[in-house]
Design a protein around this ligand. Structure first.
Ligand SMILES: Nc1ncnc2c1ncn2[C@@H]1O[C@H](COP(=O)(O)OP(=O)(O)OP(=O)(O)O)[C@@H](O)[C@H]1O
Length: 956
């Protein structure tokens, strides 16, 4: 039935919703006059063709009256054809609000309001909205979000770690893969996942100064994460604080008032840890600025001392770890300065698990035991239950789950053993042996005759000088040191090979490079701590340039960590360090992911010198030139004093080497049966990792994505053009909806949907469902009202004309503090309903795609009259859809609470089990945990459904 217009009623213009909420002034002689106060306009229409839609609010809706705070409608009454909204203010007082006094400013956001008001979208927009919602659900359900969009190869060990860490609410972990296995990439994947999930917003990355730029570039080109570098100069622009010398005349109070924390000016920052450790003011400001996640690379440098004299870096780390919820520490050599430092860093990450150094030491001796138990559980859980030792380790809940044979019991029991008695859930370490596929290391020894001057003084020299003989050869050492002539020869023999040379000393590096470049005309560059960041990166880039680059890069020790030089053909160790972990780091510059061909390690040394003995020690006792050294710190503990004694006094090292080799074999066997196996289990379960990678590959769905991008471009006014296979060019069009593509450069962008191509063509964007361009557009669609309501006609046999079908998409939403991370427990799909007037849900019978094929666009001019005609049955249908939504809402609530309780119960059991061994976990900690659980339960019990999209199909 068509609705009569009555003066005082509020209507909206269907084609021009921007006119605001209109008010009927008069309706006589089949004419209607309506005023739009918001734009001070008046319009007159023929009553039967007026393009107007009635605006009627429902209980629960928010309404606006000028100069009052928003009110909530409680009841609606009709008086003489006009409505009165009985509405509640914030204090709970109810006011009668005649519709005539409603504010003329109106924006209809909900799909339902828009449908009823006839504010409709083109069916293609509706389809784009549904594709967008479905894609977001899909990504959430597959846990692939954040893993897809990184421009990296899909390496299972990295994806396994990234996935298991990022699933934790607030991960605090030590990423300790062996040198060069991709810890930076793992950290990037974790950050990317959590960032995309909006679980973290503020990230700080602290790294040695020499790695600042490399991290900046890796985060940007591989993960589209745009970090900013912070240093003293940048901070001073915002906070030009005075040094002591300037402080005589300044007013401390006044200064404090205007003080600004420079670290609050950006969300994603990278800074040098050395700089911050030396500047207490900046360190404090950094801690005060509040972060969601902290990443620290080469964390073994931050050293802890039992006597409390820890390094400044460690003190800074301690302060930051206390206040930042998520922490990723990276090191390839976690035990570099002994097991104590390793323990101290683990303790910062997980104080509940690591409370006692002695207990930690003892724990290591039972790793073989734990590893055996895990093995037996994997083989046959029922048989393993007969082993009484299992009951010593596991609590009753886990044991009874095992006895009942529940699905996840074995996995849960293994996880508990690994976490509580094994290497812990905070430590991840993949080895080359477990990852596999690395080229071999090849040692090239170059014995040289020692210069006479050196031979004379050698017996009196300190060990450092024996190992770095250039220190005693005088100013012109480059001319007399046979290692220099040897180097020259090597470079001349292999002019096309790039050679990385590492030496301990900065001065040595500088002089050697100068000599090679100026006196011998070798294209070379130098990399040491006294150069500026820019100069260092320029040198590294010159060396990396495959066409016109340097043949030789000479590095001081700072070049031995973190940098990526896997493309270099040769590594020259101009001297050998005493610490095997440092030697491993040096070799790791070439021996890392991406290396093709053998790792050629050249060692020039003086025959019969301490250098030769040290080389023999590394070669024969530690076998470091055959395989990565994982026992460095244990060997240093046991042999360092004796080794140094032998080297200094030039006594025969043969016996020590035999002893060392034997001990090294024992240590390796111990690690193999105990710790390594546990680490392997925690760090990469191969089958799971392979599945994950396969899932990511499948989720790429390049063909579907290409179609989606085209639809997006068409709807948002972008120009698009094919570039080549699987690659397109996107450019801003004249009618582009500009908010959608803030990331699109003015000159356009070439992007490929193909991962392989993206890896080799850095000039192209890697287009995935997670590219910022798509993410922005998808956010705009899903969070706004783009395409949320549409009407179409439908011609199908068997349904009488005039039949209404309403297609609705609901998704769950919970309003809670982000810190509780409750989104993780919500169902990951949306609900699709297709209701008819008889209250039947036909969603299973007719899919969304089928409906797309059947629906036809309705003429715009017909819509207002049609809307008036169908308003009553449509309102009824909407009520049915909402009632059905309520049923889903309650089952989703229950499901979310179940997921949440399961997770919290398992966390509580862990805490309780750890409390038995850790006196720091008292009743208070458990109570605190329970309070937070209750808080989460309360929020989840208020889970609501959002009605995202509505399509009304009318059978014609
Ligand atoms: N999945 C991947 N796809 C493409 N390149 C990768 C991948 N993983 C690692 N790489 C490359 O391999 C090299 C080593 O990776 P990365 O720097 O992350 O290792 P790392 O473990 O942090 O090394 P280090 O122990 O020396 O600090 C880098 O050049 C990195 O870009």
């Amino acid at each position: 039935m068509s609705e009569p217009f009555i003066a005082g009623q509020r209507w909206i213009s269907t084609p021009e919703p921007d006119l605001g909420l209109g008010i009927i002034l008069e309706a006589i002689n089949r004419r209607v006059v309506i005023a739009f106060p918001a734009v001070e306009e008046e319009r007159t229409y023929a009553a039967d063709r007026a393009p107007l839609s009635r605006v009627q609010f429902q209980p629960g809706d928010e309404i606006n009256v000028p100069e009052l705070a928003p009110l909530k409608v409680r009841e609606v009454q009709e008086h003489n054809g006009c409505l009165v909204y009985f509405s509640e203010d914030a204090e709970g007082n109810v006011h009668p609000v005649p519709e005539q006094i409603l504010s003329a400013q109106i924006q209809l956001h909900s799909a339902k309001d828009r449908l009823l008001a006839g504010q409709l979208d083109h069916p293609r927009r509706f389809q784009l909205r549904v594709s967008t919602i479905e894609q977001r659900n899909r990504a959430a359900a597959n846990h692939s979000r954040g893993l897809l969009g990184a421009r990296v190869e899909l390496l299972p060990h990295q994806f396994y770690i990234a996935d298991s860490v990022a699933q934790r609410a607030q991960p605090r972990v030590l990423l300790a893969d062996e040198v060069g296995l991709g810890k930076t990439i793992e950290a990037g994947l974790i950050l990317h996942q959590q960032y995309l999930d909006e679980r973290i917003k503020r990230i700080v990355i602290l790294v040695p100064e020499s790695l600042v730029h490399q991290w900046l570039v890796e985060m940007r080109r591989r993960f589209n994460l745009n970090f900013s570098i912070f240093n003293e100069a940048r901070c001073r622009e915002i906070d030009p604080y005075r040094d002591d010398a300037d402080t005589i005349f300044f007013d401390e109070e006044a200064e404090k008032e205007i003080e600004q924390n420079p670290f609050e000016s950006e969300q994603l920052i990278i800074a040098s840890v050395d700089w911050l450790a030396e500047h207490p003011r900046r360190g404090q400001q950094l801690a005060d600025a509040g972060w969601d996640t902290l990443v620290v690379d080469e964390a073994h440098h931050l050293q802890w001392q039992e006597d409390g004299n820890s390094s400044k870096g460690y003190q800074l780390l301690e302060k930051l770890c206390a206040s930042i919820p998520s922490v990723l520490l990276l090191t390839a050599t976690p035990e570099n300065a002994g097991i104590e430092g390793h323990f101290a860093r683990l303790r910062l990450l997980d104080p509940e698990r690591y409370s006692d150094l002695n207990a930690f030491r003892q724990e290591q001796s039972s790793y073989s035991d734990i590893s055996e138990l895990i093995g037996s559980l994997q083989e046959d859980a029922t048989a393993a239950l007969a082993n009484p030792r299992l009951a010593e380790y596991l609590d009753t809940d886990l044991l009874s789950a095992l006895q009942q044979g529940s699905d996840s019991a074995v996995d849960d029991a293994i996880a508990a053993l690994l976490d509580r008695f094994g290497t812990g859930r905070s430590l991840f370490r993949n080895s080359r042996a477990s990852v596999g596929g690395f080229p071999a290391r090849r040692l090239h020894e170059h014995p040289l005759e020692a210069p006479a001057l050196y031979a004379q003084v050698a017996p009196e020299l300190e060990l450092a000088a024996q190992l770095q003989p250039e220190l005693v050869l005088g100013e012109d050492w480059t001319s007399s040191d046979p290692r220099v002539q040897w180097l020259e020869k090597l470079l001349l023999q292999e002019p096309d090979a790039r050679t990385l040379l590492i030496c301990a000393n900065t001065e040595t590096a500088r002089e050697l490079e100068l000599f090679m470049r100026l006196r011998r005309g070798i294209a070379s560059a130098v990399f040491h701590e006294e150069l500026s960041l820019l100069e260092r990166d320029r040198a590294a880039a010159y060396f990396a340039d495959p066409d016109d680059g340097a043949q030789l890069l000479v590095c001081s020790e700072i070049g031995s960590e973190g940098r990526n030089f896997q493309f270099a053909e040769n590594l020259v160790l101009f001297d050998l360090p005493l610490n095997p972990d440092l030697l491993e780091q040096r070799i790791g510059r070439l021996d890392r992911i991406g290396r093709v061909g053998e790792v050629n390690i050249h060692v020039p040394y003086y025959s019969g010198s301490a250098q030769q003995d040290l080389l023999s020690w590394y070669r024969d006792a530690l076998a470091i030139f055959d395989e990565p050294c994982t026992i460095g710190s244990a060997m240093v503990n046991e042999f360092d004093a004796r080794l140094q004694q032998c080297l200094t006094s030039n006594t025969d090292v043969g016996a020590l080497i035999t002893q060392g080799a034997q001990r090294a074999a024992e240590l390796r066997a111990e690690l193999h049966s105990g710790r390594n196996r546990l680490l392997e289990l925690n760090s990469c379960r191969k089958a799971v990792a392979q599945r994950l990678v396969a899932q990511v590959e499948e989720e790429q769905r390049s063909g579907e994505l290409a179609d989606y991008v085209e639809q997006l471009a068409d709807q948002f006014g972008l120009e698009h053009e094919d570039h080549s296979d699987n690659t397109i060019i996107l450019r801003p069009g004249d009618h582009m909806i500009s908010d959608a593509f803030s990331q699109l450069p003015e000159e356009g962008l070439t992007g490929t949907f193909d991962r392989r191509r993206a890896l080799s063509r850095e000039d192209m964007a890697f287009l995935t469902w997670e590219h910022p361009l798509l993410r922005d557009a998808m956010d705009l669609i899903a969070n706004g009202d783009f395409g949320s309501a549409c009407i179409a006609t439908l011609s199908v046999k068997g349904l009488p004309p005039g039949t209404l079908l309403l297609e609705a998409y609901y998704s769950p939403a919970v309003r809670a503090p982000v810190s509780l991370q409750l989104d993780r427990y919500l169902p990951t799909h949306s609900e699709r309903l297709l209701m008819d007037a008889k209250g039947r849900n036909l969603a299973d019978k007719v899919s969304h795609q089928q409906l797309n094929g059947l629906c036809q666009k309705l003429k715009r001019s017909l819509i207002p009259a049609l809307m008036r005609q169908i308003r009553d049955p449509l309102t009824e249908l909407l009520n049915t859809v909402e009632a059905q939504g309520k049923v889903t809402e309650s089952s989703w609530r229950q499901q979310a609470l179940e997921n949440y309780n399961k997770q919290r119960n398992s966390e509580r059991s862990r805490l309780q089990a750890l409390a038995q061994r850790n006196p720091d976990i008292g009743e208070e900690a458990l109570q605190h945990f329970d309070t937070s659980t209750e808080q989460g339960q309360q929020y989840l019990s208020q889970l609501q459904l959002n009605l995202n999209a509505l399509r009304l199909a009318i059978v014609s």
